[in-house]
Design a protein around this ligand. Sequence first.
Ligand code: MF3
Ligand code: CO
Ligand code: CO
Length: 276
Amino acid sequence: MTTYLDAIDAPQRNTGQIKLYSKADFDGMRAASQLTARCLDEVAKMVQPGLSTMEIDEFVYQFGKDNGAVPATLNYRGYPFSSCISLNHVVCHGFPSAKALRDGDILNVDITFIVDGWHGDSSRMYIAGQPKRAAERLVGLTYDCLMAGIAAVKPGNRIGAIGAAIQELAERERCSVVRDFCGHGLGRLFHDAPNILHYGRPNEGAEMRPGMIFTIEPMINLGKHHVKILRDGWTAVTRDRSLSAQYEHSVGVTEDGCEIFTTSPAGHTKPPYLTS
Ligand code: MF3
Ligand code: CO
Ligand code: CO
């Protein structure tokens, strides 16, 4: 049995209950999320062949510092960077590296800034130079999967409706949905109940209620859905080394649908947008 409780009465940890947030809490989430989105907009101007993903990570750290925000990933369960940067067949949690980007590389940059205790968690895909046709198709599809999931967010629907919409679209396009990672509740915590699966059936999971806050962050593979974790303990890659893409928004459930907290102030919504 799922239980819901006012966030104000909830302990600041994951008890498995679903926290319901107030209008003022939504304001806090919007502020943190918009800083994250602005930073992702800036990253779009940097990405090009020759740049290293470490340079992006250093930019993210400095951008946070300049704006009074802390990157939530830094030292989170031992994770050592300010962002996750996942290149080509890396599914998620990739380490920034000193290696230069090459023409046609696709990369996900995932940033979470903490502002006044609120977590704004979002990621987007970028393409260095000229994309290959298959890569561009995967990136566009993954964005559409995120937005199909978001379109299923409204009070009365179950959380399963989100994953069902994503899976249907991905598989219709002969791609696969990663099973091993999911979206998550967030707010004053980085990762909280409920889990948001990116596959499944519409009648599964807890019912959505106004005040819920969570991420949707589908990872879609050109090949099979299986992943493995590299020896660094973090980097997840596709087992078949096929390309993988991901988009992530933080959203809040409203009376009649949802608010996307992490929308791009620069209007970088549907890819491909200019990356340099
Ligand atoms: N930002 C990721 C997410 O979307 C989480 C990264 S956790 C880290 O939930 F430790 F890998 F940074
Ligand atoms: Co997330
Ligand atoms: Co994220």
